[in-house]
Design a protein around this ligand. Sequence first.
Ligand code: UQ1
Length: 409
Amino acid sequence: MNRATTVVIVGAGAAGITVAASLRRKQPALLVTLIDPATTHYYQPAFTLVGAGEFDFARTQRAQSSLIPPGAEWLQDRVTGFLPEQQTVTLASGPQVHYDYLVLCPGIQLDWDRIAGLRESLGRNGVCSNYSPEHVTYTWDCLRNFGGGTALFTQPPAPIKCAGAPQKIAYLAADYWRGRGVSAHARLHFLSAAGALFSVPYFSKALEKVAARHGIEIHLQHNLMAVNGSKRIATFECTGKDGAKTRLEMEFEMLHATPPQSAPDFIKQSPFAGAGGWVDVNPHTLQHVKYPNVFSLGDASSAPTSKTAAAVRKQAPVVVNNLLGLMAGRQPSPAYDGYTSCPLTTSLNTVMLAEFGYDGKVTPTFPLQPDRERRVWWLLKKYGLPPLYWDYMLKGYDWDIPHRPYPIS
Ligand code: UQ1
């Protein structure tokens, strides 16, 4: 007698739930098991808005149990290891789970402790971060309580999830403080370990103008190393043009910090990890380079694109189709072009909708000049995308609106 084919999915975030729902919809005979210890599922794309007082934090959260697709099984547990030769996953509570096919999408790890003093300072003394569900509402407290002085917004070395988020909150804060009349007493600095404001030069150029309009001073190659919360001093390592490193101390009233990030430790230590510890997949098929029955998508995968929910929206159908194809004896199709999207909040009512693929190719969904700040994208981000995420993407419906290359002169 044939036993049902088992697909085990590690991680029940945007990627895991979407893939599980779509697989169950297309192939109800499959046994689909999700493994994730978290009881709460967050709509993280709204955290920028929560930090700026534009979105209710309660509306970013749902019980994980309410999102598990009908017919799928959820093991609320941690993965401790993998045995690919035996096709098993080991769980923290003891048991081993067998798989025929494995999908790895556990997300990205926030390495708060790589910045000395940051974890202890967070949530007090004007130190906030939209990257922490526990502290995202404190960002809004900081914005409201800011009466002038120096505000710092930092970005660590790549890769991080939503690489636009560290600067988005700077623009929203600047706009909010202008409205409150505190701008005249404020000095705003954006300090990034990267060598450019954004990974795609076309958008980077447009964003430099946005920052200048808000009076935000940009400091590239400035990497936050330490935070002294009680003294309100941040220490940076600056890399000069000649590569020489210097230290810089800056006092602040408010610091919005973005933590360094990396692949989850249990992925780094697994046989699936490649360079940098990410799950080593073919960037176009999302199939593992060594283990054909293993796929990966989302923040933990090695696909060299910007890590966003929009990327997951385009990756999930590729993983699902390639998995089902593989079960039917077909070769995986190289259908993923690196599409990702970052809705850059450039003011309290405008968004620049950056959409791009591999090699920085600009690939908008709509035939509109992509580097323009638009009210309609603000409305899309605040009101349109959350229901599309909860009710459409997580339910396993594809909404694969095609995107096209945009000629850049
Ligand atoms: C998107 O598809 C998506 O994923 C669900 C997001 O995450 C919430 C986004 O922020 C954006 C901007 C997109 C892109 C969507 C369209 C309709 C172009």
